[in-house]
Design a protein around this ligand. Structure first.
Ligand code: ZN
Ligand code: ZN
Length: 648
């Protein structure tokens, strides 16, 4: 008999040779029907693998990431079978699962695969799948494996690097592939499959090697799941911030200025400024002081801070000057500058905390292949602040920062988020700087503050920075995608490196603790995420234009201008569309710009001193006629629903 431990901690005895599927059936027949893969002692195995030693078993269904991986990887076998059938003489290489599907890298030799072939491949994959072939692993000797793949240089290379005795093949139907394992029980559960795209990929990712064709695919246990996935992809494309940013004229890139260096257009700059003013106002209430520091600093500054060691080699190189030996760096972080601001004066414990805030632009060199719209750039502005406090104040300060972050999220419509508490590795404590006592204080401060604020948290051990624990906010956007936004980090390192001090009540000098925090993260990334989350329909308080006046004809121009003036008096941001265009065209353009309110003025409106309002995206609802005052209160009411006043 062997002892098998299940994830809930329960231990059961089974006969030697029991399979994961047997164990699943033992738990419940219903559960077993959904089990598609398994791990034993942290190693991926088949659900049919006989278990011969004591160990821990985890059974996976489609709802687990590991279950999905087995499902997708198994589908890659079936797709490889079909590709070989359709294009004779091609050479298969590797076919792993990736996030949202799988790929297979293939040397197509003289064949060419095109979009037109996709449907045929999909149909054939499903046809084979329906035949319910089992995936069966078998061990082979190195000599047998090499013999089987003697015509395939890629597999031969893979096999050569494997140790004899560890090599396995996987068979299903009439197809065999070199494989380590990790499959679903049989092909029958693959009910929907799609070839997504093809792309070039070098063998083993090395440009010196031959370029292969990577065939991307995905598959699902239900047709409905595939349909939903494709709809989600379409929606994500529609919401792509790069596309929306162009359409709404928010930002642009110029090859002449340089890759990864965003140019903010007037509307985008105004939007960004509004976000900054919003945060500045709340920060002022929360006791922050605004500072401004330069975009460059002496190289020595970053050697002291340790950033040079981290970013120096892979980032922008030092700027030299006519003076001998003088070197400056574009700043990769604002913290060193803020430390030096702290150091301009001696402090007493009574002066603390000091909270310095800056919308500070930093520069980091990203590989051009890594650049992506506003989410991966080479220059970006952090909504940065550094809090210098006594260890005793850490608890309270942490809670205050959480309040500010929550205020930001609620004002911008992010309702769905979790907070990840990143703590030290439990085992390996040597890699962290700072005393055990301080770490405990800081970790407890974060845990308590998060609990006190009722946050939905996950704790990750070993995810702390070497200089301190942190709290990261992960938001889910409207498409269910997860993004990391704001972060709060405790730091014992920089106060040490910059020799920051304050005089304690004991008249001795002590080191303050430093908190780095950025609720948005960076303005660029935040606006990108907000664009995709809202599809460009920002909260009304943030919209570049809240309303647009559409005159029915030139006759009403004077009245339209009067309306514009009145709106300005009510501090409503509005534009006037006085073009000699039909009202239909004007409405369509305003809808494209996602302007929240369209205000139509014509004869009737002029006579009654009213406007006809139409809300973006609600064409079916009909227009309502209101006075300017009534409209102003509609706008204010809508704004006050999301944008609350920050209170401390
Ligand atoms: Zn496999
Ligand atoms: Zn910092």
């Amino acid at each position: 008999m062997i002892k098998i431990t299940l994830p809930d901690g329960s231990v059961k005895e089974f006969k030697i040779g029991v399979t994961p599927m047997d164990v699943a059936i033992n738990i419940s027949e219903g559960f077993a029907r959904n089990v598609i893969s398994a791990d034993y002692n942290l190693t991926t195995i088949e659900t049919s693998t006989p278990l011969t030693t004591d160990g821990s078993l985890v059974l996976y269904t489609w709802n687990d990431l590991n279950g999905k991986k087995a499902f997708w990887h198994s589908t890659s076998h079936v797709m490889a079978q079909v590709l070989e059938e359709m294009y004779s003489g091609i050479k298969l290489t590797l076919g792993p699962a990736i996030s949202n599907g799988f790929y297979y890298d293939v040397d197509f030799e003289d064949h060419k695969i095109t979009d037109a072939d996709f449907k045929k491949i999909e149909d054939r994959v499903l046809e084979i799948s329906r035949e319910k072939h089992e995936f069966k692993m078998r061990s082979v000797t190195k000599a047998e494996a090499l013999e089987a793949y003697k015509d395939n240089v890629y597999k031969t290379e893979l096999i050569s690097n494997l140790e004899d005795g560890t090599i396995t093949f996987c068979d299903h139907a009439i197809f065999t592939d070199l494989c380590r394992g990790g499959h679903i029980p049989n092909t029958g559960i693959i009910k929907a499959m799609k070839v997504m795209s093809v792309a070039g990929a070098y063998w083993r990712g090395d440009e010196k090697n031959k370029q292969l064709t990577r065939v991307y695919g995905t598959s699902f246990p239900k047709q409905k799941d595939l349909t939903e996935y494709l709809e989600l992809l379409e929606e994500a494309k529609r919401r792509d911030h790069r596309k929306l940013g162009k359409e709404l004229e928010l930002f642009a890139f110029s090859q002449k200025v340089g890759q990864g260096l965003p140019l903010w257009l007037p509307k985008g700059a105004a939007l960004r400024d509004r976000l900054e003013q919003f945060l500045k106002k709340a920060q002022k209430k929360a006791g922050y002081e605004q500072v401004i520091t330069p975009h460059i600093g002496q190289k020595e500054l970053y050697v002291t801070s340790g950033h040079y060691a981290k970013y120096g080699a892979d980032s922008f190189q030092p700027i030299t000057t006519p003076a001998d030996g003088e070197e400056f760096l574009l700043k990769p972080m604002n913290c060193p500058h803020h430390c030096e601001i702290y150091n301009t004066k001696p402090w007493s414990y009574k002066d603390l905390p000091k909270r310095y805030a800056e919308f500070g632009t930093v520069y980091r060199y990203e590989q051009s292949g890594e650049l992506h719209g506003l989410t991966r750039v080479r220059g970006f502005t952090q909504d940065d602040a550094h809090i210098f406090c006594t260890p005793e104040q850490l608890d309270e300060e942490f809670k205050k920062v959480i309040d500010l972050v929550l205020y930001v999220f609620s004002s911008l419509g992010f309702e769905n988020f979790t907070a990840q508490i990143s703590l030290r590795d439990k085992e390996n404590r040597d890699k962290y700087i700072g005393s055990d006592e301080n770490w405990e204080k800081a970790e407890n401060a974060i845990i308590n503050a998060a609990a006190d604020k009722g946050l939905n948290t996950v704790v990750e051990y070993g995810e702390a920075a070497f200089y301190g624990p942190k709290l990261d906010f992960m938001v889910k956007d409207a498409l269910g995608r997860q993004w990391q936004l704001g972060t709060i980090q405790v730091d014992y390192n920089l106060p040490e490196r910059f020799e920051l001090t304050y005089k304690g009540s004991d008249n001795e000098l002590h080191r303050p603790v430093m908190i780095h925090r950025a609720p948005f993260g960076s303005m660029e990334r935040f606006i990108a995420i907000l664009l995709e989350h809202t599809a460009g329909n920002f909260p009304l308080w943030l919209m570049p234009e809240q309303a647009i006046i559409l005159s029915l004809s030139e006759k009403y121009e004077n009245y339209a201008k009067k309306v514009l003036n009145l709106l300005e008096n009510h501090e409503i941001r509005a534009l006037l569309d006085n073009r000699n265009e039909t009202i239909g065209k004007k409405i369509r353009d305003a809808e494209m710009q996602k302007t929240p309110y369209m205000l139509i003025v014509g004869e009737e409106e002029e006579k009654n001193g009213t406007i006809s309002i139409r809300r973006h995206g609600q064409e079916g609802k009909g227009n309502i006629s209101v006075t300017i005052e009534e409209f102003a209160s509609i706008v204010n009411e809508e704004i006050n629903k999301t944008l609350k006043v920050f209170t401390v």
